[in-house]
Design a protein around this ligand. Structure first.
Ligand code: GDP
Length: 588
């Protein structure tokens, strides 16, 4: 039979699904009902729920597909015209923790920033530009690999070149591999900076060998990856590294059109008192000017002020330029694409259309697969981890949320994000959490004293962090606490029963020879006769020649008292197998 494909954009109503399946609405509602869901004809089902229903109905020839209605950057690819001009490369520095990313950027900034204004650099630079031989290079700062994963999820492939920093005295490490994978998936060119060559123990050859094991073949060895040995700290070979970045940019012929409406990506956004929305953008095409109307996702605005990365006013931003603008009505999302439109009316219309598309994709679902699974009792043992996430800027909130979602909970824990937001932890957050076993996580935000008092009174845990890894570790730890413990049993010894002195309903007194291991009060015991299991008991006490002892060891004969739950008719010749049982905490 031919396969039937049903496309679902976010969710589908019961009515639509029944029509698509060629089933009556009553039949579909009946199936939902059997699974514990009382649905009406207009009820919306999410993708997973629809899939479960189709499986339930045994419709093997029906295939569900997610329809992509987003207008995000991933769907977006512009053909360059022959009038396109060269633009600066957009570079990200990645690598394992402590391999020297920050030091490299710091040294480069000190060396290459034309104007070194004290205080000119704000706390949240998400991008900066360096000048070398009169050419600009745009660097994107990334708070961590999680943020990159988030960017990837948002489909924004905004880096041309990834500099992977590897410490020559440490070699390839897990985050080095992540960086390699990221660069490859983002289709970015890779340049390796083999760092810390000033250090004793630095071994450039071994590092190169290590890298080639992971698919990066150095040019010196006939491969295609440029590797530059550097010392970020001692400023050795950094010019050479930057030359290589520019050379790669030349080979790649990185270009953009400038006589088109301005466009680009949102790389950061937050609210500021007195200024409203403060949004960092990376222009990828056209020229953005103050006074122009721009749309990003479901919000829009008129560019009121525009500053360069050092906080200086900028009238016009060309491709690959990072700028900070004010004027957006609401905060756009990290990774959203922005475009310039001709007037406010058009801007409003585009924003509305984007909002509708997004709503179609996500919201409006009144039945989720979690509800369904819960009702079907399939996921009986899943636990819910409730959190509220607050961050200083939207980008950090997105990163934290995306990273939390990426923690593999082995299907045993459902992450429930009760709410998210930008700004300090407030009363509302505490209200939302009280009595609900919800943890409030804050990233780079403060907890006003009255709020922390309120939280203490209501037993609401608030955890604030400045390092994303630490926040994630804490969340992981909390999730581990929710996991059912693993029961671990360990064999301890064996005894052959030589005499049975008393058997009562809940106690047995017997004697025998310890064949192996030892016997101690507190051990559990399985009673076995001719390899058949008769029951379980616990050792209450051990005796030798009628005197209580702490243990009996292999080769000794002695007596023991057992506690049982049910009567066990112990006989001479039975074997007692001793063991301990421990509930071990599990990890993720
Ligand atoms: P990140 O975690 O990758 O950002 O690493 P950092 O830039 O914070 O560097 C970690 C440590 O390595 C710091 O103590 C740096 O001073 C040191 N470090 C970075 N680059 C070099 C280098 O080229 N030589 C030496 N000797 N130390 C370096």
């Amino acid at each position: 039979m031919e396969e039937k494909i049903i496309q679902i954009a976010g969710s589908i109503t019961v009515d639509e699904l029944s029509q698509a399946l060629g089933l009556s609405v009553t039949e579909l509602i009946g199936t939902l009902f059997k699974n514990g869901i009382v649905a009406t004809i207009n009820q919306r089902l999410d993708f997973e729920t629809a899939q479960i229903i189709i499986d339930e109905l045994g419709l093997k020839d029906v295939k569900l597909e997610k329809k992509n209605t987003s207008t995000k950057t991933s769907d977006y690819h512009r053909e360059l015209s022959d009038k396109a001009v060269l633009r600066p490369p957009v570079v990200a520095v990645m690598g394992h923790v402590d391999h020297g990313k920050t030091t490299l950027l710091d040294t480069l900034l000190k060396k290459k920033t034309v104007e070194k204004e004290a205080g000119g650099i704000t706390q949240h630079i998400s991008a900066y530009q360096l000048k070398h031989d009169d050419r600009l290079i745009t660097f994107l700062d990334t708070p961590g690999h999680e943020a990159f994963a988030a960017i990837r999820q948002h489909g924004a492939m905004l880096t041309d070149i990834v500099i992977i920093v590897v410490a020559a005295d440490d070699g390839v490490k897990p985050q080095t591999i992540e960086a390699i994978n990221f660069a490859k998936s983002a289709n970015a060119k890779i340049i390796v900076a083999i760092n810390k060559i000033d250090r004793e123990g630095a071994d450039i050859n071994r590092t190169m060998a290590d890298l080639s094991q992971h698919g990066l073949q150095p040019e010196e060895w006939g491969g295609d990856i440029t590797m530059v040995p550097i010392s970020a700290k001692k400023d050795q070979n950094l010019d050479q590294l930057i030359d290589m970045v520019l050379l790669t940019a030349d080979i790649e012929e990185l270009k953009a059109d400038i006589d088109i409406p301005a466009e680009g990506l949102v790389i950061e956004s937050h609210m500021e008192t007195g200024k409203g929305s403060v949004v960092n953008l990376l222009v990828t095409g056209g020229e953005l000017k103050t006074g122009e109307f721009i749309v990003a996702g479901s919000t829009y605005g008129k560019v009121r002020t525009m500053l360069d990365w050092q906080g200086k006013p900028k009238g016009k931003a060309t491709p690959s330029t990072p700028v900070t603008v004010t004027g957006f009505k609401e905060l756009p999302n990290f990774g959203d694409r922005f475009i310039e439109v001709k007037d406010e009316k058009t801007a409003r219309k585009h924003a509305l259309l984007n909002a509708q598309a997004a709503a179609n994709e996500t919201a409006d679902t009144n039945v989720t697969s979690t509800d369904l699974l819960r009702m079907m009792n399939v996921a009986d043992n899943t636990k819910t981890f409730n959190v509220i996430i607050k961050g200083d800027v939207l980008g950090s909130v997105t990163s934290v949320v995306d990273s939390l979602r990426m923690i593999d909970t082995k299907g045993e824990i459902t992450l429930n994000i009760v709410s998210t937001g930008v700004g300090d932890i407030n009363e509302n957050d505490v209200y939302l959490s009280a009595g609900e076993d919800t943890i409030i996580y804050g990233f780079n935000v403060n907890v006003p004293i009255n709020i922390s008092k309120m939280a203490a009174r209501d037993n609401v845990p608030i955890r604030t962090y400045k390092v994303i890894y630490e926040l994630l570790d804490d969340a992981k730890h909390e999730m581990e606490n929710l996991l059912d413990a693993e029961i671990v049993e360990e064999d301890q010894g064996e005894l052959k029963v030589l005499g049975v002195f008393r058997t009562e309903k809940t106690s047995i007194i017997a004697g025998g020879e310890v064949l192996k291991g030892d016997v101690k009060p507190g051990y559990l015991v399985r009673v076995v006769r001719n390899k058949k299991y008769l029951g379980e008991a616990e050792v209450a006490s051990t005796q030798k020649e009628k005197i209580e002892v702490k243990e009996l060891i292999a080769g000794e004969t002695g007596g023991l008292a057992l506690k049982t739950e049910h009567k066990i008719d112990l006989q001479i010749g039975d074997r007692l197998k001793f063991f301990t049982r421990e509930a071990k905490k599990r990890t993720l």
